[in-house]
Write a new protein. Structure first.
Length: 291
């Protein structure tokens, strides 16, 4: 049997040979007296043309399906490892073997989306994770895995997760849902005081839009910068939401506190209500926006 990639040329060759013999047979049949080879050529031509045509059609279909699968695989690959075959693997069980033999690590959910697919009645989600392993620099991984029903709505961008990483392939991982916890079970972490510098160092990128300001009765920081109350709309990995907080504002940036101004910020991974504005970064929007 010819290889799939050769079906089309082999079929074309067989059809061509069959048509030549068929034509010769028809020509011979028009002669008088009809030569003996005419019937043989006609029969051989008919015999070759039919399977040759089948090979041509099958080759064209195979080529079209291969192009479609390659296109689909390329489209799915950024969302998770392995493209179409990676999704098939996920549906069949994914990387669950890593829960037994993988290396322990932690991860923060940078973004996530529902695929609309369910596996064993569990919703399949696509995650962008920042993975942190002892002794290694943090790195990002696109990962696809079903979410347990009890944790739907509790696992959000910014949520920390326990993961198991492949010992020979750090991009291959499995989430240890047995150690996952919703916001209600992490009150101590959420209640801890963290500095803006700490949030900027390890937080999840976002954009805040100033909705308004309120007075902090002249409060200042140790270096004399005023502390201003801010009402903010936060957009980024989460759905847009609003926070009300007190924030240090360097004096050169006081003029930026205009409702509608968008500023770069970061969100504390353990608590989305903790937000720090990155005054030193370029604003994502140079001019104030009208709400």
């Amino acid at each position: 049997m010819a290889k799939k990639g050769k079906l089309l040329p082999v079929g074309a060759a067989v059809v061509g040979s069959g048509l030549v013999l068929l034509g010769a047979g028809v020509l011979g049949m028009t002669m008088w007296p009809m030569p003996g080879w005419a019937g043989v050529a006609f029969s051989a031509g008919m015999t070759l043309t039919a399977p040759g045509a089948f090979l041509v059609v099958f080759g064209l279909v195979n080529r079209s399906m291969g192009a479609a699968m390659s296109s689909m695989d390329g489209a799915l690959r950024p969302a998770g490892s392995g493209g179409v075959f990676g999704m098939i693997k996920d549906l069949a069980g994914g990387n669950r073997d890593l829960l037994l033999n993988g290396s322990p690590a932690s991860a923060v959910v940078l973004s996530m989306r529902d695929t609309g697919v369910t596996v064993n009645d569990l919703p399949m989600a696509v995650f962008e994770l920042e993975v942190r392993r002892p002794g290694s620099e943090p790195y990002r991984v696109a990962h696809r895995e079903p979410i347990p029903r009890l944790l739907v709505g509790a696992v959000l961008p910014g949520s920390p997760l326990a993961v198991r990483v492949g010992p020979h392939d750090p991009a291959r991982l499995a989430i240890d849902w047995s150690q996952a916890a919703g916001p209600a079970s992490r009150p101590a972490a959420a209640g801890q005081q963290v500095s803006a510098a700490d949030i900027l160092a390890r937080g999840v990128p976002a954009t805040v839009t100033i909705l308004g300001t309120f007075t902090m009765n002249g409060m200042t920081t140790g270096d004399g910068d005023p502390v201003v109350g801010l009402d903010l709309r936060v957009t980024g990995p989460y759905r847009p939401y609003e926070v009300r907080l007190a924030h240090r504002v360097p004096r050169p940036h006081l003029t930026r506190l205009v409702p509608g101004t968008a500023l770069p910020a970061k969100i504390a991974p353990e608590d989305p209500q903790k937000v720090a504005i990155d005054w030193e970064a370029d604003s994502p929007v140079g001019e104030p926006q009208m709400l």
